[in-house]
Design a protein around this ligand. Sequence first.
Ligand code: NAD
Ligand code: 6OD
Length: 494
Amino acid sequence: MTNTPQAPLREFKHFINGEFLASRSQKTFEKRRPSDNALIGTIHEGMSDEIDAAVQAARAALEGPWGRMTIEERSTLLYKVADEITRRFDEFVAAEMADTGQPKTMMEHAFIPRGAANFKIFADVVKNVATESFQTPTPDGAGALNYAIRSPKGVIGVICPWNSPLLLMTWKVAPALACGNTVIVKPSEETPGTATLLGEVMNAVGIPKGVYNVVHGFGPNSAGEFLTKHDDVDAITFTGETKTGAAIIKAGADAIRDVSFELGGKNAGLIFADCDFDAAIDSAVRSVFLNCGQVCLGTERLYVERPIFDRFVTALKTRAEALKPGSPEDKGTTFGPLISQEHRNKVLSYYQKAKAEGATVVTGGGVPVMTDTLAQGSWVEPTIWTGLPESASVVREEIFGPCCHIAPFDTEEEVIRLANDTPYGLSTTIWTRDLSRAHRVAAKVNVGITWVNSWFLRDLRTPFGGAKQSGLGREGGVHSLEFYSELRNVCIKL
Ligand code: NAD
Ligand code: 6OD
């Protein structure tokens, strides 16, 4: 195991109207690297001055060259953004790796390529989507033609989490820009890197000033809250915790501001005895432990049909114990740290609760032994529990860590009831070779996305979002266009 190399301290400034700016208040806070807790930079904290400046720049840009561009011209620029991210691929990988501590291989193969892909897909979608039109009968027999036009919604506030920063930010920024809006991004206070780099990319490819703005800071009484309360922001798109979503709705209630929310989850994996066992185990390893369990679509509840229960628990234990924590740069590293010491305290408190509530700890439950500087990082062990009732807190509450509870089930009806017994409704995975059963169960689990014999297999044209307390609205393909544009009806009497 090697230490993570020291890097020069970075200063993360806001990106407003095409320029990198310090906070007027000069307030800054520290960015520490999750793998070893080393100080890697200072972040300027934006307050209402910075949000005001960013909103003014974004509003002005709507009236400027950006507002006059054709869809074709905007799409061409978005392709250039994607190409520039790809050209500066190593810098994006390094920035995200430093911010999150997750393995380089995961950044290279999944998260950073997806950041670039988001721009291309929405550049294509916006060019290829028709709007509806109707021939309407009128009493004089001449008729009327009704058709719809899409206009940008205006200035969009984009509030992001830390768990896959570039992927989740561009999943919102790309469709917003494709539809002709301007944006103010408030990255998570934990992950300033790639949002800042994207400012350089925007300037390099000629995105007009004020179209893409970034204001760093925290949520309450900081940049996040000031953005959600600003009178001149037309809509907020947010990914994060359900309780933060509730605070954002309250903040924007008087302004009747439109919101799109991707929130928390407590996702279930349903493993039937007829499944392809090895494939189901491979998938469970990813869906429970990828990104150190910090994936909203991840699985924290596994229900396994009784005939294969013991074999499944043993196989997942073996695979969890084979994960290799280490420096993100090491090719052999397959398991990263949690995002921060604070989040580690939260996850470890659940590890304690599970024991107190009577769990059988199949593996993990503590902190791994790390050497040298890595010993200071926010590491926890991959953890599996069995034996808890459905009422236990680790079975009910989103932990957002590398852990799961596994319970046996006997019938299809029972497992559907267990899967749905949660206030959340983000995603489910079903493992079975019986296709009729797969369709039947998929129709009955109340979630936004069901994967059958797969997990996190994404087609970016499909509707993405959560049911119940896991979200409001859908993004993806044309569904993103619905949120990021104002659809207007024109009625022409013929
Ligand atoms: P969080 O809600 O704590 O923070 C998200 C963002 O909101 C941060 O930028 C934060 O500064 C900001 N914020 C916090 N309070 C605010 C306020 N009062 N007003 C305005 N902004 C505020 O979430 P997190 O801890 O960064 O991310 C983890 C959570 O995100 C988990 O619950 C996870 O399930 C969820 N998530 C959901 C999806 C999805 O697609 N459904 C995807 C990723 C993460
Ligand atoms: O793939 C996506 O579009 C998406 N929003 C993924 C979310 C991952 C959550 O951690």
